[in-house]
Design a protein around this ligand. Structure first.
Ligand code: PMP
Length: 406
């Protein structure tokens, strides 16, 4: 495994640098992942050779750009196992994808007295758009509780389900805790009461393959930059019948079929939701990241990520004075913790001085931080290009931080 990981690391130029005089140990993959050379090359090649606007069909470069852009959509379709490429809508990221559903499907389908279920472990991106929708429609947002270990209370979830619930919006993998939620089970139970399901897949896509048809989710959102692709590009998957019935959220070029002052008609899927010039290079970069991942043994790499997390848990036990936040049985490789007696921000600064990049703070998940009555955590989020040695370095760094701070 070590050889394979070292080989993979060679594909990621950003990993090979010194930070504060120390080799970079990048453990902030939950915030964003680094990009392999293949992605950097694809973006550069697009702008160097094929740069053109899409769907204009006027000349060869435009044809090439359109081909690559639409091929990228098909790559995402296959990656998610969506039934049709038309079900893949390009967005700026997870946040925009969720906001589109709230602003279109939500406004069309929700009214006073209806309910939306979320969990208390949601990222703000899967809370605030629903709060805004509730203000507009009079619907009610209900958070399903999470246990002290960071697991969704499935009994409480079942108790909250009734025919007033129109939408269940749940994070697949919590960015703050690492908890993996049982989304297939959640979806089946939600569908049984006639509710639709949106899954925030921002943190799950980087760890394993997603099958939206097997999960039977109605909407699935993710961001390219957390999947080794560029920033500013993301995806909203929606079932065709739902997307077809939804009104567009932005007007402009590309999303229309015919415009006149008497009446404008809208384009079909997915263009109805893609007003204006899209992030063409971003889409191509994201598809290249997916192609890159498809060339790796993702199951073996997921096992490697589990081993990284297990090592962190073991070393935390040995070091002492560490309070893990989020100890669910099913977890992705996120180690969120507090160092007793130290503020997370101070720990983060001391680690940064040693070249170790972690995230500190509330991780855009204030409600779950409130539940633990803490201002935030230190979060080390691992991905497959991290090594066991890097986990060891993190804990050597924490030992030093402990000596300095306590
Ligand atoms: N949901 C989760 C679980 C996340 O981790 C993030 C990013 N931190 C988002 C949503 C928002 O993603 P983006 O900022 O790329 O839109």
């Amino acid at each position: 495994m070590t050889d394979l990981i070292n080989q993979i690391r060679n594909d990621f130029p950003a990993l090979h640098q010194q930070v504060n005089g120390k080799p970079l140990v990048y453990l902030d993959n939950g915030a964003t992942t680094h990009k392999p050379n293949a992605v950097l090359d694809a973006i550069s090649e697009f702008y160097s050779c094929n740069n053109s606007n899409v769907h204009r069909g006027a000349h060869t470069l435009s044809d090439r750009a359109t081909q690559q852009f639409e091929d990228a959509r098909k790559t995402v379709q296959t990656f998610l196992n969506a039934a049709k490429a038309e079900e893949i809508v390009w967005t700026r990221g997870t946040t925009e994808a969720i906001n589109i559903v709230a602003a279109t499907w939500g406004r069309q389908n929700l009214q006073s007295g209806d309910q939306i279920l979320v969990t208390t472990m949601e990222h703000h991106a899967n809370i605030v758009p629903w709060q805004m929708l509730c203000e507009q429609t009079g619907a009610e947002l209900i958070p399903v509780p999470v246990s002290a270990a960071g697991e969704l209370d499935m009994d409480a979830f079942a108790e909250h389900l009734n025919d007033r619930v129109k939408l269940v919006a749940v994070v697949h993998v919590s960015n703050a805790l690492g908890t993996i939620n049982p989304v297939a089970d959640i979806t089946a139970q939600a569908h049984a009461v006639g509710a639709r399901v949106l899954i925030d897949g921002a943190q799950s896509v980087a760890h394993w393959d997603i099958d939206v048809q097997a999960l039977d989710v109605d909407f699935f959102a993710f961001s390219g930059h957390k999947l080794f692709g560029p920033t500013g590009i993301g995806v909203l998957y929606g079932k065709e019948e739902l997307l077809n019935a939804m009104p567009p959220h932005q007007g402009g070029g590309e999303m229309i079929e015919h415009v006149s002052f008497a009446k404008t008609t809208y384009n079909g899927l997915p263009y109805k939701f893609e007003a204006g010039t899209p992030n063409i290079a971003g889409a191509i970069g994201l598809a290249t990241a997916i192609d890159y991942l498809n060339g790796l043994d993702r199951i073996a790499l997921a096992a490697h990520e589990d081993a990284l997390l297990a090592r962190a848990v073991e070393l935390a036990d040995q070091l002492g004075g560490i309070r893990p936040i989020g100890t669910a049985r099913h977890k992705a490789s996120v180690f969120s913790f507090l160092l007793d007696g130290a503020h997370p921000a101070d720990v983060g600064t001391l680690l940064d001085q040693q070249g170790i990049a972690v995230r500190t703070g509330h991780h855009c998940a204030m409600p779950i931080m409130d539940q633990y009555a803490i201002p935030g955590t230190v979060r080390a989020s691992f991905t497959f290009y991290n090594t066991l040695d890097e986990v060891d370095t993190l804990f050597r760094g924490l030992e030093k931080a402990k000596m300095f701070l306590l």
